[in-house]
Design a protein around this ligand. Structure first.
Ligand code: ZN
Ligand code: ZN
Ligand code: ZN
Length: 376
């Protein structure tokens, strides 16, 4: 799918299948059901994006063997009914004169442990718990971490298109001037290019030049980029509702031998991480493969974050490629492989591709050159 084409829209049946799968996996995990708040879970399961997530309760209730029910404020019911997934669920609206918690409590059947969206309002959760003392609640990310992790063909198509748009952005940023401009200027270029290539939302545009590159959380600031700087670029956002996230590190002018060596180590580590991706391997195997290379070259202490995170309707979600995560990789999962080396006060290097698990290995959704590029 070329980056400017519209993908085939999701249908009510797609959402129905997702809701059924969520209810069944909750049941298999010993949960009485799933409570879904406005946000990424609701977008994924119903296609519904309320215009505002307010103190008025909007909640999707999923229970195995029951019709999905969306509890929604009356004044938003018409909007909710227009969501693509609406035909696959029952709408229960409530007016300001009514108590939405009594209505919702009636749907939960009084007992059991429920998974609830991480971003649900505490206000709502506390009200439900008060009405139903025999219920308990677990973060959906902890109870069903793989709920959104395995992407279907239509989702993979969107992720690939977002990746291609991010790649086109990188190819073009190599042609702009770095030296003498502020990080924030290059960040603005990145944002404009992502938008031009079809992104509807830009989530981050990291430009970490010189010593700023050694701080993985640095976004972009007023520092003027100089000749001789390493510059970490890390950018992404949403396109057709799915995320992109890629990093490359470039150098202004010719790099020193040390800069080239550190970059080579990260590139080899990133390659090793990608090669460790195959069905049945554990998430932590990807982290270990990348980390082993960096450790072997003596920079183990300078690789100060996990190797990767899942991506889908958000740019950071499970599964996480981190020591201790034994979740096996399954075809259709999509996540980043992004090792880095950070030398405080000097420079940093990070290389990141989104990778999807295939039947017999992994496929990169970012395919731009990973060699250290020289910019002006
Ligand atoms: Zn340099
Ligand atoms: Zn990134
Ligand atoms: Zn990332």
């Amino acid at each position: 799918m070329p980056s400017n084409d519209q993908p085939v829209p999701f249908t009510a049946d797609d959402y129905r299948a997702r809701m059924t799968r969520a209810a069944e996996s909750a049941d298999a995990a010993g949960l009485a059901g799933v409570l879904v708040a406005p946000g990424p879970d609701m977008v994924h399961l119903t296609g519904y994006r309320p215009t505002a997530d307010t103190e008025r309760l909007t909640l999707l209730v999923l229970r195995a063997g029951h019709e999905p029910v969306l509890v929604v404020p009356a004044l938003e019911a018409a909007d909710a009914a227009r969501a693509v997934g609406a035909p696959a669920l029952t709408l229960r609206d409530w007016t300001d004169a009514a108590n939405p918690y009594t209505l919702t409590a009636g749907l939960l059947h009084a007992k059991g442990r429920f998974g609830i969206s991480d971003n649900a309002w505490a206000l709502h959760l506390l009200a439900l718990r008060k009405l139903l003392p025999d219920t308990s609640y677990a973060s959906l990310t902890e109870a069903l971490p793989m709920l959104r992790a395995v992407k279907d063909t239509a989702e993979l198509e969107r992720l690939a298109a977002a990746g291609a748009a991010a790649d086109a952005t990188y190819e073009e940023i190599l042609k702009v001037r770095f030296s003498g401009r502020r990080e924030s200027d290059v960040a603005a270029d990145l944002a404009a290019l992502l938008t031009e290539h079809g992104h509807s939302q830009v989530d981050f545009t990291v430009v970490g030049s010189g010593p700023n590159g050694a701080n993985p959380h640095h976004e972009a600031g007023a520092r003027t980029i100089e000749q001789g700087d390493m510059v970490v670029l890390d950018f992404g956002g949403l396109m057709h509702g799915y995320g992109s996230d890629t990093s490359r590190t470039v150098h202004v002018g010719e790099p020193t031998a040390e800069e080239q060596r550190v970059h080579d180590v990260v590139r080899e580590a990133q390659d090793a991480g990608c090669k460790a991706v195959r069905p049945g391997a554990a998430c932590q195997d990807v982290d270990r493969a990348a980390r082993a290379v960096i450790t072997e070259f003596g920079y183990g202490e300078r690789f100060i974050h996990r190797t990767g995170h899942g991506i889908g309707v958000t740019t950071h979600e499970p599964p996480y490629m981190i020591e201790g995560e034994e979740q096996p990789l399954v075809p259709g999962m999509c996540f980043s492989v992004e090792p880095g080396i950070y030398l405080p006060g000097r420079f940093g290097v990070r290389i990141e591709d989104i990778v999807t698990v295939t039947g017999n290995g992994g496929r990169r959704l970012n395919t731009t050159a990973r060699e250290l590029a020289v910019v002006e």
